[in-house]
Design a protein. Sequence first.
Length: 157
Amino acid sequence: MGVNRSEAGFTLIELMVVVAVIGIVSVLAIPSMGDMIKEYKLRSGCRAVVSSLQNLKLRAIKENARTVMIIDPVLDIYTTFVDNSPRNWALDLPELISKTNVRDEGLEISSNFGSNTFGFDNRGFLEPITGGEIILTKDATRSKKIVLNTLGNIRVE
């Protein structure tokens, strides 16, 4: 029972139809893939900032010291440090925990804290006591807010 040569395999037209269908599906999927990547980078950046804030809060309690975050909206950098000696809200060399540039991910960072400087006291409460928000923005179209209240609670909106 041999198979006739004309009956074996795919024809050139069948292959071209499959390639055309794959091409059409790809063209439709690429724009939504770009939006998905932008949203992923924004969520990823937001998670990194929240993680830094939680680490800062725990470190303040653990070391019985004030910890501080300074946000530089011009350079899109946030710096975290332990403000232990002297307690001056300024970064002195041995105090640095981390310095993170969110611009590497295509993000912008800002806050509504007066001087873009805030921290946690040795009980994990927010200083200054008013609370505030950190805003991460991607391409001026998408943004996420990280809200901090006076008790040191952190939530994402």
